[in-house]
Design a protein around this ligand. Sequence first.
Ligand code: NAD
Ligand code: IPM
Ligand code: MN
Length: 359
Amino acid sequence: MTQNILLLAGDGIGPEIMAQAVRVLEKLKSEGLDIAWDNALIGGCAVDATGVPFPPETLTKCQASDAVLLAAVGGPQYDTLPREQRPERGLLAIRKEMQVFSNLRPAVVYPELVEASTLKPEVVAGLDIIIVRELVGDIYFGEPRGIEVRQTENGSERVGFNTMIYSESEIRRIAHSAFKTAQKRHKKLCSVDKMNVLEATQLWRDVVIEVSAEYPDVELSHMLVDNAAMQLVRNPKQFDVVVTGNMFGDILSDAASMLTGSIGMLPSASLDANGKGLYEPIHGSAPDIAGKNLANPLAMILSVAMMLRHSLNKVTYADRVDNAVKTVLAQGYRTGDIMTVGGKKVGTVEMGDAVLAAL
Ligand code: NAD
Ligand code: IPM
Ligand code: MN
């Protein structure tokens, strides 16, 4: 049966990197992969066309598809819009609507890119970790939130406020997802929180410990988030799977990306309870390099591989895409962000050409 994919190119470098992902899909389709795709608007381009960042038509198409592939949203021209109209709200809305609570962000160092990292080769060589980020809760969604005038000890003034909140059930489901991920790997799970200060994360730690009783084969440890940030750059290979909340996971995964050489290398899968998923690179719309054929399309292409693997159950095709990325790196193709000595400098499209050839 034909599997349906929804493509959301978004803003900035989004359309450029999505174009390379589509070429990969076209190639696999021509060789027998039974898929069809449709496009829809999200983010700033949706605001421009419809006035809202996540139009109802996009939601309808999402619900009708087996998986969603998203490039990136956002841009400085939208940063002064009312918050509900900003591109990032569209991203949060699609994640919430799809209930993709489990965001898997693997950080893998390819041997050829060891020198592309700003960290010492011996620190990063061979790194293969995965951050499991809770994606539909936490301070990102908690109420109340806002900016308003209040009476403070300094008189009447504006205050900004957000609410960090996690329910037991939200923590339990992401913990299960993380333990299951660890079971398929080296069976080590580190839960990251800030329980020394924040009640919401005290509950996080308590519930993760409760859930751990069901996974006696997984070695569980805990780390405070500030220390985790430091340990990630000091000795990242001590980790196997890291599980954490939405905000800490956002920050730690950008830091982890640099271990691999570039944020342009990190794909992600965001899964719901049934394995349906939203797939996106972890980076943003990179307005500073948009429209210049400079963006690294590999995080986007690796997101296609994750989609084939996790939602479409097409493991052989997923392996082929992953292997094609390994091949182009071994052949020396480099976009500017992953440049290494002796590398062949290419643009977005030429990197796409190389991946197609390697497929
Ligand atoms: P960013 O990830 O877009 O860019 C950070 C830096 O990394 C920039 O210097 C950029 O050029 C570089 N970079 C990112 N992706 C790259 C790639 N594929 N190849 C080469 N270099 C790459 O983060 P930012 O600048 O903080 O945010 C820009 C916009 O993107 C903001 O509007 C933000 O809200 C949005 N954003 C969207 C997403 C998403 O759609 N998932 C994620 C993060 C940020
Ligand atoms: C990410 C992004 C988003 C997030 C923003 C753009 C809403 O930074 O996907 O990592 O914070 O989740
Ligand atoms: Mn982020």
